[in-house]
Write a protein that binds this ligand. Structure first.
Ligand code: SIN
Ligand code: MN
Length: 259
């Protein structure tokens, strides 16, 4: 069941209700952000933890500026009719939209158009480079993690009740799945508990906290792990992120894949 959501990620950014049927032009101003560890103080440096074969978390991978720029970029790109849609079921509660290629829970990759009738906008180049850079950094520590060039990006925004039921990402092409082309998940805003395991057995699941600026990658032998988001810890966003971006309470996640 879907409700259109024509708002913005930002607080009090635009309080004029958006008229259905009208479409705001997306501005031409470019948002650029720098990648990885340049210009960081030592306590801001990124660390990593290997979570399994082909699975790694790059902690604090994105600088604050990167995070702010991504929030602003996403907010600009999701404006208007191309905005988020609510997905609510027994196991899911999140707003979603796509870049690049459309994917929806009911129709998978079959519909070219999103529920609002629009084609997804292209994935911003900055996000493609970011995913590629994160994979290259992960490959230094992980054997057998293939490279990939994302052609689909799912943006999820989770608020107070936000969650995502246990599932596998298995809708991509047989070639992509067989080669174990990695999924790259970027977290911004409030912290979330992410659970994962090689079987759906709840007793066997492990969990990891995803914090703002973390990048989680799973490919190779972990490409088809079961995973889900069980809880969002509201009001845990870094204060400077809120101050500089105005992101409302919740977690923005961007999941990039190659179909
Ligand atoms: C997903 O599994 O598609 C998204 C996971 C996340 O929100 O981190
Ligand atoms: Mn998934």
């Amino acid at each position: 069941m879907q409700d259109a959501y024509y708002g913005t990620l930002l607080r009090e950014y635009h309080n004029i209700p958006f008229a259905k049927g009208c479409c705001t032009e997306i501005g031409t101003e470019t948002v650029t952000f720098r990648l990885t560890n340049r210009d960081r103080t030592p306590d801001e440096l990124s660390t990593f933890k290997i979570l399994g074969p082909g699975m790694i978390i790059l902690k604090n991978y994105l600088s604050l500026k990167d995070q702010v720029d991504i929030v602003k970029l996403c907010d600009k790109m999701t404006f208007g009719l191309r905005g988020y849609y609510m997905y609510k079921s027994d196991v899911d509660c999140r707003r979603q939209m796509c870049f690049g290629r459309n994917w929806a829970p009911e129709t998978r990759y079959k519909n070219r158009y999103m529920s609002n009738g629009m084609e997804p906008l292209p994935i911003p180049d900055e996000l493609i480079s970011l995913a590629e850079a994160a994979i290259q950094d992960a490959q230094i520590h992980l054997d057998e993690l293939p490279s990939m060039r994302p052609d689909t990006c799912l943006a999820n925004f989770y608020q107070s009740e936000g969650r995502l039921g246990l599932h596998q990402d298995d809708d991509e092409s047989p070639d992509s799945l067989e080669r174990g082309l990695p999924v790259v998940s970027i977290s911004i805003g409030d912290m979330a508990e992410f659970v994962y395991g090689h079987t759906p057995d709840k007793k066997e699941l492990k969990s990891v906290m995803l914090k703002s600026g973390d990048v989680l990658i799973f490919g190779g032998k972990s490409r088809l792990i079961y995973h889900g988001v069980t809880q969002i810890y509201l009001y845990t966003s870094p204060e400077p992120l809120i101050e500089d971006s105005g992101l409302r309470p919740g977690r923005l996640s961007l999941t990039l894949r190659q179909f």
